[in-house]
Write a protein that binds this ligand. Structure first.
Ligand SMILES: [Zn+2]
Length: 275
């Protein structure tokens, strides 16, 4: 199993960081977790793409985590040569999101159906709204969901992916909570979105300080990893984006609360979790 950070950025556009998205490459196929800005550009860099995703998992419906869902729907449809339903797993509200996405694409769907004689079907999504428990179990790959706490954004979920003896947790956006703790217990890798409380408080802009109450700071994420015996903590969705030369500060803030390996995400960072 490989974990590839496709996008390590946040809602703020960044020339070097795509929006939040992580690819977990398993024997059963490529599983995509969230689909922020630029996801398919980054997926192309690792020979993946919309037509190949075994499933797409959404942690929550905040715009920065779903910006490019419409691109995935369209590209899967036009780059498949037979109907190729897109499996989507996400919190309650995901079915409506897919319906709304298809409605948004309606003019384009009409153009392409009229133009391509061999394209005789519409985009198809198979949505499963998830809360707690095993949501996917196929070919030795199991995905478990649990509720997280990103209040007032509700509902939100995190995911644990297990293949053989290895496990990876995708936290999504959340403050420390029991649902996340349960997913993280003994995990090899925890991919956790984080914000830098110290830097955001220093800026003091209300629109920015608002984000502090529903995200984990770097120490918060480190304490979650430590409390649950995680082996490797990957910090992603970096707010604000690390200024060049400040990367070590992020690692140090985590290392003060966690003895395991800490990795600061960059786009296309890959971790081999096999063995
Ligand atoms: Zn969010």
């Amino acid at each position: 199993m490989d974990v590839i950070i496709l996008g390590s950025g946040s809602p703020l556009p960044d020339p070097a960081r795509a929006g939040p998205s992580t690819l977990v490459r398993t024997a059963t196929g490529d599983m995509l977790f969230d689909c922020g800005r630029g996801v398919l550009m980054r997926a192309a860099a690792v020979a993946s793409g919309a037509a190949m995703f075994r499933a797409v998992f959404l942690t929550h419906l905040h715009s920065d985590h779903i910006t490019d869902l419409n691109d995935i729907v369209t590209m899967r449809w036009v780059m498949s040569f037979e109907p190729n339903p897109l499996a989507v797993f996400g919190p309650v509200g995901t079915s409506s999101l897919l319906e709304a996405t298809e409605a948004m694409l309606e003019p384009d769907i009409g153009y392409r159906l009229a133009h391509h004689a061999d394209l005789t079907w519409r985009p198809v999504a198979r949505v499963t709204e998830v809360g707690t428990g095993v949501v996917f179990d196929e070919g030795g790959v199991r995905v478990t969901a649990a509720p997280t706490d990103h209040s007032p954004v509700r509902p939100t979920v995190g995911f644990r992916i297990e293949e053989g003896r290895r496990s990876v947790v995708i936290a999504g956006d959340t403050v420390p909570c029991t649902g996340l703790d349960e997913l993280c217990r003994g995990a090899d890798v925890l991919v956790h979105t984080v914000v830098r409380r110290d830097l955001i408080e220093r800026v003091g802009l209300p629109r920015l300080t608002d984000v502090l109450d529903y995200h984990s700071s770097v120490p918060d994420a480190a304490r979650t990893a430590s409390r649950n015996g995680v082996r490797t903590l990957v910090l992603t969705h970096l707010v604000p984006a690390p200024a060049p030369g400040t990367e070590q500060e992020w690692l140090d803030q985590a290392a003060a609360h966690f003895d395991g390996e800490v990795v600061l995400a960059a786009d296309l960072l890959a971790l081999d979790v096999t063995g």
